[in-house]
Design a protein around this ligand. Structure first.
Ligand code: NAP
Length: 315
């Protein structure tokens, strides 16, 4: 199969699909600031970006004569498989928002299709690009992990206003933010993370959970996670790792790192600029970056987790 590697003497001509909250808050600014990309068109059923040609769906975008090199998908995970498969079949490099698909089989199939077609597939995990994550991984690499506590609590009404899909079947509920914590844990912990048990609370009028508790293990170390979508007041996105040489603390979604005996270190947020820089690198090198470990842990929680019914929820 002929490689779809673009001509590196020019920008990567990009189509952006699913113009919602994350596309506007993060993708558009990151694309504008990266001179390796040119946003040439969008696809969204209801939304447009000023000054950029728009289409109602990805098929029209692909057929639109834009000489595309790549697509970035920012739609919810349900329905993303067909969109992704269409991009790959058209020979376009592909960057996926998290979670990368709706099911494990979908993403493994997309990975096979991308390899066969010779295009880059990048399953992004934006939280892994938070400033404290890579220094945390390096610090932990030489130490014995004894216990891990993950506390991921945010207010669904503040961060996901009106996003009905998130509590529908396949929307993942509180695992939508919780998977960010799992993406960090699976990056920084030296050993594999295995789920042992889980429980979750699903509102009586919804299909996906608002709360979840996970008991995992990394080597001999217990890894406990608590996810809550009903946190009002201060928001908590923390990971604490006890080691034989003290406790490492990541706060604010990985943006603040505190090592034992040290002061908290915070660096500016550059998660999405780093994702697009990485995507450009992968495309240039004809490489893949496909890591589904966080997604597998969520799937495992749905496989073995106990369900309890909670009070009805309205946005
Ligand atoms: P959103 O605000 O609902 O935007 C998604 C957009 O996708 C919608 O505006 C919609 O635009 C389009 N869409 C296509 N098919 C859809 C469907 N079946 N149901 C609903 N919308 C559909 O969601 P978002 O917060 O941007 O999240 C999108 C993805 O980014 C999710 O996978 C999420 O996990 C991830 N993400 C979100 C955040 C965040 O803070 N919000 C952060 C990081 C990652 P049209 O109606 O115009 O088609």
């Amino acid at each position: 199969m002929e490689s779809a590697r673009p001509d590196l003497s020019r920008e990567i001509r990009l189509g952006l699909v699913g113009i919602g909250k994350i596309a506007r808050d993060q993708h558009l600014p990151a694309i504008v600031d990266n001179d390796r990309f040119e946003l040439v068109a969008t696809a969204s059923r209801n939304a447009q970006v000023d000054g950029i040609p728009s289409h109602g769906d990805i098929d029209a975008l692909i057929a639109g004569g834009h000489q595309l090199d790549a697509i970035s998908l920012c739609t919810p995970p349900g329905g993303r498989f067909d969109q992704a498969a269409a991009a790959i079949a058209a020979g376009l490099h592909l960057m996926l928002e998290k979670p990368p698909a709706a099911t494990i089989r979908e993403i493994t199939t997309l990975a096979e299709q991308a390899r066969a077609r010779g295009v880059t597939l990048f399953t992004t995990w934006h939280s892994r690009e938070a400033a404290g994550v890579e220094p945390a991984r390096k610090w932990l690499a030489g130490r014995r992990v004894e216990a891990v506590r993950i506390t991921w609590k945010e207010d669904i009404r503040r961060w996901h206003p009106g996003q009905e899909w998130i509590l529908a079947a396949g929307g993942f509920g509180v695992f939508d933010p919780g998977i960010n914590a799992l993406s960090i844990a699976t990056r920084i912990l030296p050993g594999p993370v295995i789920l042992e048990s889980a429980s979750m609370e699903v509102p009586e009028n919804r299909a996906s959970p608002l709360r979840a508790e996970l008991e995992m293990r990394s080597g001999a170390a217990p890894v406990r996670a608590e996810f809550d979508f009903l946190q009002t007041g201060p928001q908590t996105w923390d990971i604490e790792v006890d080691t034989d040489q003290g406790t490492l603390r990541l706060a604010m979604g990985g943006n603040i790192l505190r090592l034992p005996g040290g002061a908290p270190v915070r660096a500016p947020d550059a998660e999405y600029p780093r994702l697009y820089a990485r995507f450009a690198e992968l495309v240039a090198g004809g490489e893949q970056d496909i890591d589904i470990r966080p997604f597998e842990l969520v799937a495992d929680a749905f496989l073995i987790g106990a369900r309890r019914t909670g009070p009805a929820f309205a946005f």
